[in-house]
Design a protein around this ligand. Structure first.
Ligand code: ZN
Length: 373
């Protein structure tokens, strides 16, 4: 198995095109064509992570936060810690790969993991991402509809939420007149032809359109397949921001805080005043997500869990929602286990490599031993 087999699978699950435009997901450094040894998962590429990778014979390190984010202007191999790490990475033929906001915005990613950890039911995306979808309509002879449809599905079209293979097919009559240079698959050239055809319609995410059209034209029997591509304005259900779900029976706020604390291994939670007393509907965005609280309010959530909150953010939640800061690392790091499970489930017994975890929280906490009097 090559490293590219793993990264290719990760990009099917969390396509790089759904990430923020300013993000830098995907390969950071390395050669993905080399055989895979073991995999190391971490939030951030710290020095200790490289040591861990070498001691566990890992040559693929998957980080959540991109290792290369701001442009590098020089490699100061004597003084700059990042440059030194790059030298170590290259010298040891390691591959560094990042899955960042594409892991945030995919189903079963960062926020869905968090929602499952706190035990919510009916989990869905909190807000849509601004990524376009298109409708591709193709006209195909009846006996080729199946093969053309399947080719488009295989290229990633026709996925709506939990359903794949979604299409609509209606029948009608297609007409054409092939000129002297034509070579029609049905009928003959220089004659006006009428053929029973299927109008086959599928949706596709913007970044898949080219691939889907290529697959469709390869499978289509006509020399010049007729097709239309048009933008649709419906919300993309396949990817989104945050997660929202609910408890079957409301829980007391104190109980809910306890659930969150245990779920993310965070002993100290910061939360807002004047909050609802019972929690039923809960929204969350792992990492920095205060800007999405407005979606939680619009959905009527009783609580919103995120991180990196400022003092005045808590004030703005008062009387409206229970706003909780669970810590950036804590609200994201559990997703690494989801990444491990996804890879193992997908590759099953073919998976030759071990998958390990590394790295630590960049934020330290101090607990005083003195009791406050
Ligand atoms: Zn983060």
């Amino acid at each position: 198995m090559k490293i590219a087999d793993i990264t290719g699978f990760l990009e099917q699950w969390g396509p790089r095109d759904i990430a923020w435009d300013r993000d830098n997901t995907g390969l950071q450094i390395g050669d993905v064509t080399q055989p895979l040894k073991n995999i190391l998962l971490c939030m951030d590429l710290q020095e200790e992570v490289i040591d861990d990778a070498l001691s566990r014979n890992c040559n693929l390190i998957i980080t959540h936060h991109p290792f290369l984010f701001l442009p590098l202007k020089k490699l100061d191999l004597a003084r700059d810690p990042k440059s030194k790490l790059i030298r170590q990475i290259i010298n040891n033929n390691l591959c560094i790969y990042s899955m960042h906001t594409n892991l945030d915005f995919t189903a079963d990613g960062v926020s869905f993991t968090l929602a499952k950890l706190v035990g919510l039911d009916n989990i869905s995306f909190l807000a849509p991402i601004e990524k376009d979808q298109y409708k591709i309509t193709v006209f195909v002879p009846e006996n080729s509809a199946e093969v053309v449809g399947n080719a488009m599905f295989s290229a990633g079209a026709g996925i709506i939420g939990n359903y794949s293979g979604c299409s609509f097919r209606s029948s009608g009559t297609g007409t054409f007149f092939g000129n002297e240079n034509s070579n029609p698959a049905a009928g003959v050239k220089n004659r006006f032809e009428k053929v029973e055809e299927i109008r086959l319609e599928v949706v596709a995410d913007a970044w898949l359109v080219e691939r889907v059209v290529k697959a469709m034209t390869a499978a289509h029997p006509y020399e010049e397949p007729a097709y239309d591509i048009y933008p649709v304005t419906n919300k993309n259900k396949n990817y989104g921001i945050g997660a929202i779900g609910e408890y079957e029976n409301p829980v007391k706020t104190s109980e809910f805080l306890e659930i969150v604390s245990k779920a993310i291994d965070q002993k100290c939670l910061r939360y807002s005043r004047n909050h609802p007393e019972k929690i039923k509907k809960v929204a969350m965005t792992g990492g920095s997500g205060f800007e999405y609280m407005k979606f939680a309010l619009a959905e009527g959530a009783d609580a919103y869990l995120t991180a990196d909150l400022k003092y005045h953010d808590f004030q703005s939640a008062e009387g409206k929602i229970l706003l909780i800061d669970g810590g950036h690392y804590e609200t994201e790091q559990k997703t690494l286990k989801t990444v491990k499970n996804k890879i193992q489930k997908h590759f099953g017994k073919e998976m030759p490599a071990g998958i390990y975890f590394a790295g630590v929280n960049s934020v330290r906490y101090f607990y005083t031993k003195k009791e406050n009097k």
